[in-house]
Design a protein around this ligand. Structure first.
Ligand SMILES: Cc1cc2nc3c(=O)[nH]c(=O)nc-3n(C[C@H](O)[C@H](O)[C@H](O)COP(=O)(O)O)c2cc1C
Length: 283
């Protein structure tokens, strides 16, 4: 069933839900109600994790925020359990609106690299591969990131043009997973971002034959210095023809909100002929 904007159960399809408008009010109420629950969820998860790992050396980090202990050095203090519930009534017809609201929360919470996402690709011989990249834009057309097209991810995408993106916002007990087909951005679409980057990053894009083996650090530094001489300060660094953006066109977008007792809320939007359908999933 298509989202209708009303929080009604979908006729004849008990698994499907009809999202309501994601009003600021609705979301704030949810946050307020869920603030304590969210903290409990953290405790619950942390306790289980610590047990799973047998009180290993990382226990201090695992216990952080879950037992009220002080924040270990090197970790950023972000408020845990800020947001709370995610209910059918809070789901907007367009999942991008919910993603935007969650991204705002991540920025407000002061998480480092709020737009960092895990990009999973599949190689031609069916090996799954994952790495972090930065999201550089998203709208109804899709999710954009930039990279070296001859990198391992670039060759995967040339062979299997599909990807999964995962936003690991565990400090807020949230996760968003996107799956979809991938298309390269054109040179015209990629160039504005390339030229907006610091000069060092532009030269770095030329210097790094990403994912290939280097004999030494010096090899990379020498190449960079050579490029600095080739394009001295004041000259424009052209965008390499082996570099550019990709757009992931979402076919599904899943929102996961942690809850106590592992009874988490999960909603998966799936693209439909017009708009989106959405289902609640068992956690
Ligand atoms: C937080 C973070 C952000 C990153 N952002 C990018 C990015 O936007 N583009 C990119 O090519 N690599 C980025 N990297 C490096 C990639 O994770 C990866 O090492 C590199 O792209 C090579 O991946 P590949 O060999 O699988 O192609 C980032 C790494 C981290 C930790």
């Amino acid at each position: 069933m298509k989202p209708t904007g009303h929080a009604q159960p979908a006729d004849g399809d008990p698994g499907q839900v009809a999202p309501g408008p994601a009003t600021a009010d609705g979301q704030d109420q949810g946050r307020d109600k869920g603030r304590d629950q969210g903290r409990d969820a953290g405790r619950d998860q942390g306790r289980d994790n610590t047990q799973d790992l047998g009180q290993a050396g990382t226990a201090a980090a695992l216990a952080w925020g879950t037992t009220g202990q002080p924040v270990p050095p090197g970790l950023t203090a972000v408020p845990l359990g800020l947001p709370g519930t995610l209910t059918e009534a809070m789901l907007p017809a367009d999942p991008m609106d919910l993603l935007r609201a969650w991204m705002d929360d991540v920025v407000k919470a002061g998480l480092p690299e709020p737009t960092a996402m895990v990009l999973a690709t599949v190689s031609a011989d069916q090996w799954p591969r994952a790495r972090m990249v930065l999201l550089k834009g998203f709208d109804s057309a899709g999710f954009v990131f930039y990279t070296n097209r001859t990198s391992r991810k670039g060759s995967d995408l040339a062979e299997v043009p599909r990807a999964c993106l995962l936003f690991p916002w565990h400090a807020l007990h949230r996760q968003v997973i996107v799956e979809g087909g991938v298309t390269p951005l054109s040179t015209d679409e990629s160039e504005p971002y390339f030229h907006s980057r610091p000069r060092g990053s532009q030269l770095g894009a030329w210097a790094s034959r990403q994912s290939t083996v280097l004999a030494s650090r010096a090899e990379l530094d020498d190449r960079y210095e050579e490029l600095e001489r080739r394009w001295p300060e004041g000259t424009e660094v052209p965008m390499p023809d082996f570099w550019g953006g990709y757009r992931v066109r979402p076919e599904t977008i899943e929102f996961w909100q942690g809850q106590p007792s592992r009874l988490h809320d999960r909603f998966r939007y799936t693209v439909a002929a017009q708009g989106w359908t959405v289902n609640r999933l068992a956690p």
